[in-house]
Design a protein around this ligand. Structure first.
Ligand code: PMP
Length: 410
């Protein structure tokens, strides 16, 4: 691993062998990081080490391998606790990812605290995974879903948000950083306002966690969900942070092994936090790899990550703006490394296919935000999303690729 003082993109890229390949005869440019980012050697090696040397089931075994696996898995929980600055490991629930974390809260918080006539607030720019679970629980409980509108730049209309809040508002579920627009939402304001009326706040931090330090105590959010695979970690692994007092009051999400204290046919008592929400054999390799991921992020440092991504976004925005017929979708004042765009009237898919022929990976479509696309009156966008291992030379390749697509599509 490179020493912190020597951190630069060239040295970092050596940790990501996948980036060193050619696609369609050209060096790969990977700009689909918002969908899933690549994994450094250190993370892959942690998985290999676990399976090769100490795989065993966790928590239940008295034998050496089980204890070793348990220690490594639970060490990951400690690392996550520090990573998000939770008060205790009881507040760190391992999940499959953001989607599962949100569903857990919708199910367990919803069934406990949402009554008929209550209101849940989301925003126009939510990912489907922060819409559908709330629709489901609203339908089940007879509650109403309200939506914070946005302006043309893709920013929340805060005055309208204020108007949406009532004494019936029980929960606000909001994306921290929009995956399709890049908008960084003013979550501090939302949380403060919500707490004034006694409502709870869940943050969807799927796109925030890879790009900035998260401090749940400073934010004072009630729940926060993230996915490891978007922050250089393994797939099938995520975190749900919840305030202990709330988690204590909520019922388990799933029943099974691990989440119980004692089972009889008459009655079951539940395990203590965080195991109450972790039924079944967990993703042990995923947890261990997540620890390696966080260690890796710290070895690079947030200063470098934030600066590199901000520089890339600024450079890419300047360059792409010079192409005639380009429309940037998502021009919020505060943005993370996501550049969504449309090229004239061309379908994003056609542009994406041409870019792929040039070895450039971008995402096209509605990005799991169909209601947002409807609001913007478009079907979808092309989206380039940046990670700290990307370079300005790669941005130049994207710009050339878009110009080429423009010529080819006429
Ligand atoms: N929320 C946002 C903002 C996302 O970008 C994503 C992934 N595209 C999700 C939620 C869902 O994440 P996962 O599929 O890892 O559960």
């Amino acid at each position: 691993m490179v020493a912190k003082a020597d951190i630069n993109v060239e040295s970092i890229r050596k940790d990501f062998p996948i980036l060193q390949q050619e696609v369609n005869g050209r060096p790969l440019v990977y700009f689909d990081n918002a969908a899933s980012s690549q994994k450094p050697l250190q993370v892959v090696q942690a998985i290999e080490d676990y399976y090769n040397n100490f795989h065993s089931n966790v928590h239940r075994g008295v034998h050496h391998l089980s204890q070793k696996a348990t220690d490594a898995y639970e060490a990951a929980r400690e690392t996550v606790k520090d990573f998000i600055n939770a008060r205790s490991i009881k507040e760190v629930n391992f999940t499959k990812g953001t989607t599962e974390g949100i569903n857990l809260v919708a199910h367990s918080f919803g069934r406990k605290f949402i009554q008929e006539g209550d209101e849940i607030v989301i925003s126009t720019m939510e990912h489907h995974s922060n819409i559908v679970p709330w629709q489901m629980i609203c339908e089940e409980r007879g509650a109403t879903l309200k939506v914070i509108p946005i302006n043309e730049h893709g920013e929340l209309l805060l005055d309208e948000f204020d108007q949406l809040l009532t004494e019936k508002t029980k929960l606000i579920a909001l994306v921290y950083v929009s995956n399709s627009l890049g908008t960084i939402n003013p979550v501090e304001y939302i949380i403060e306002k919500a707490h004034e009326i006694g409502a709870k706040v869940l943050l969807d931090a799927a796109q925030a966690a890879p790009h900035q330090k998260i401090d749940v105590q400073e934010l004072d959010c009630d729940f926060l969900a993230l996915s490891a695979h978007k922050m250089m970690g393994p797939t099938g692994m995520g975190i749900l942070y919840g305030k202990e007092t709330l988690l204590e009051q909520m019922l388990p999400y799933q029943g099974g092994g691990e989440m119980i204290k004692e089972v009889t046919f008459e009655k079951t008592t539940y395990n203590e936090l965080p195991f109450k929400f972790e039924a079944g054999t967990p993703n042990i390799a995923g947890g261990i790899a997540l620890k390696a991921t966080i260690d890796y992020i710290h070895s690079i440092g947030w200063d470098f990550i934030e600066k590199q991504e901000a520089d890339l976004l600024q450079y890419a925005t300047e360059q792409i703006s010079q192409i005639s017929g380009i429309r940037i979708v998502g021009t919020a004042e505060k943005k993370a490394g996501v550049l969504s765009f449309l090229l004239g009237d061309h379908h994003p898919y056609d542009v994406g296919v041409i870019l792929d022929q040039l070895g450039i990976a971008v995402r096209t479509g509605h990005h799991c935000c169909q209601p947002l696309m409807n609001r913007l009156g478009i079907e979808g966008t092309c989206r380039a999303s940046f990670a700290f291992y990307n370079t300005t030379e790669e941005v130049d390749r994207l710009i050339e690729g878009i110009q080429r697509a423009q010529k080819m599509l006429g």
